[in-house]
Ligand binder design. Sequence first.
Ligand code: NAP
Ligand code: ZN
Ligand code: ZN
Length: 350
Amino acid sequence: MIPAKGYAAKGPGSRLEPYSFQRRDPGDHDVVIDIKYCGICHTDIHQVSDGWGGSTYPMVPGHEIAGTVSRVGPKVTRFREGDKVGVGCFVDSCRTCDPCKKGLEQYCRGGMVTTYNGTEKDGKTPTQGGYSDRIVVDENYVLSMPANLPLDRSAPLLCAGVTLYSPLVHWKAGPGKKVGIIGLGGLGHVGVKIAHALGAEVTVLSHSPAKRDDAKRLGADKFYATADPATFDSLKGYFDLLINTVSSETDLNQFLDLLALDGTMVLVGIPETQATVGAFSLVAGRRNLAGSLIGGIKETQEMLDFCSKNDISCDIELIPIQGVNEAYQRILKSDVRYRFVIDSKTIGQA
Ligand code: NAP
Ligand code: ZN
Ligand code: ZN
């Protein structure tokens, strides 16, 4: 076994504390990664607090992992020592079901093996995530990080980036399409950059006016505050595609009314409570309500290559691991511009 150090929550909602544990010895197809950076996703907060239910502890969160390869198993073909690599939200899947065969491992019928708060394929070892100094992952679930982008700023692409890229591409955001991004946080801000690079007209819908200048700087054409009721009058029937990234419950009907004929709202934010949708909001305008979960390995690599080509990386606040609990509090107040990233070299320091 390989000793690893990280930060873990010991129970629902508890503070993250230093934690020592073991990683498996690399098998034939495994890559050992020295973690350099790990983004903090709002999902980490939902899971640490057990807001969605089913959490297990101790839990080392983190699924926006970037680092370098320190060792490879004898049959690894795609990576070598020293390569810049990434790991996103899952580290394995059944590999045989239809979605897996199509490269849509995130929709694996047997359930993907999540990077943390899951169980390894041995059926018993809990998975532990990227708020740690190293990780061992099968090479088929490892991504190549773009050489031209800073590793700390590209770590959040591994969840936030692909979570927005996937629905934007699937629902054909591009020239002539009016796209609205609801919520300008970690997911939202990278969504604005990607939708802009795809050539769509991009509008940010943020709850207050505070992020107006940032939205424009990130590439938005328009900005509206949802706290202003006039927003919902002036944008009625406007959008072809809305991507809702908000982490807490919103009035979905109010947003559905902003869709044009045949428009689609895609939920990517996952609030801890269940919303109500009225049939009128959908039947009027033949509207669609959909959801989307991260992206498969192939699509994640495609997204990284797209970001490399378009010079897209995330706006981050780099923090020492000792600041993680305070960062959680700030995320809950929507006070992050726009992703906290842990500098892993601080793990193990006092
Ligand atoms: P985040 O950085 O906290 O951003 C969420 C944004 O939602 C905030 O910046 C804020 O934007 C808005 N918001 C938050 N609370 C609000 C409230 N009470 N009323 C109105 N707006 C509010 O979180 P994130 O990391 O982007 O994640 C967002 C959500 O997506 C989480 O639920 C997360 O679990 C989920 N997620 C889903 C997937 C997937 O595959 N589907 C992947 C990753 C994350 P404004 O200040 O602009 O209003
Ligand atoms: Zn995430
Ligand atoms: Zn599968």
